[in-house]
Design a protein around this ligand. Structure first.
Ligand code: ZN
Length: 253
């Protein structure tokens, strides 16, 4: 890891998270150098509102653990603006067949649990590093890209997905995020019994990283770093964490 990349990482906090299915754990950071748009370059979204779009979710009970990827100095989570829709586009050029609905279901689960409005706007042919993605006045949509380890070395080995977000210059808000999905490995998983639920769980796990959750040690939670048979929906700790990252007031730009 060179100095150049380190400097960029300080300027733009880049959140790193991975999920590994069934086998060993590896940690694969995703990148600072793609963030060529420059800190603070993104303006207020044109569809940001003056009030929350959806009421806050209650944090029920105190069962189950969760961890935040990033917190502010007051201990509150770094989060997305709950007063603007979070837009998502999918690069599905390499997507296994029939996964449109699967991604939509995963998005809906995260939206429901967080109280954020998350809209899948459609498809794109842009990749995570394309300059065009970062060249606008507004933060680009969250990109979910079906790809492979040849194109994205973060997916080397057993890693089936990587997800994370970048923050505003003040480090208090997430601006946009990226989910990399290993299409060949997930195709193999889709072909197994119950595989569709497992693949949807991978997408949910990565989207939960995007909105600000980190891994936990409890294997009943979906934020456990490895996929586990039968754990295909958010656990109690996941839900508490998702409610928290979706809480709070509007961002001021
Ligand atoms: Zn993960």
């Amino acid at each position: 890891m060179g100095d150049h990349r380190e400097v960029e990482r300080r300027a733009w906090v880049v959140v790193t998270a991975v999920v590994v299915m069934l086998l060993g754990v590896s940690l694969a950071p995703w990148v600072g150098e793609r963030l060529s748009g420059g800190p603070g370059a993104f303006g207020r979204p044109s569809d940001a509102q003056a009030e929350r779009l959806v009421e806050e979710r209650a944090m029920r009970g105190d069962d189950g653990e969760f961890e935040l990827l990033l917190t502010r100095s007051d201990g509150s989570p770094v989060r997305y603006d709950p007063c603007a829709p979070l837009h998502v586009v999918v690069n599905d050029e390499a997507a296994p067949e029939g996964t449109d609905a699967l991604v939509q279901e995963a998005v809906d689960q995260v939206a429901e649990a967080t109280g954020l409005v998350i809209e899948v706007d459609g498809t794109t042919d842009l990749g995570p590093d394309d300059d065009e993605r970062w060249s606008g006045d507004h933060a680009p949509p969250v990109l979910v890209v079906w790809t492979d380890p040849e194109r994205e070395s973060d997916l080397d080995g057993d890693t089936t997905g990587v997800g994370g977000s970048v923050t505003s210059r003040d480090g208090e808000w997430f601006e946009t995020g990226t989910v990399l999905l290993d299409a060949p490995q997930l195709q193999d998983q889709l072909d197994t019994r119950g595989g569709r639920d497992g693949v949807r769980a991978v997408v949910m796990h990565e989207l939960a990283h995007v909105v600000g959750l980190d891994h936990v040690d409890d294997p009943v939670e979906l934020m456990y770093p490895q996929g586990r048979p039968g754990v295909t929906s958010f656990g109690p700790g996941d839900r508490r964490g998702l409610a928290l990252v979706g809480s709070g007031d509007c961002r001021t730009y």
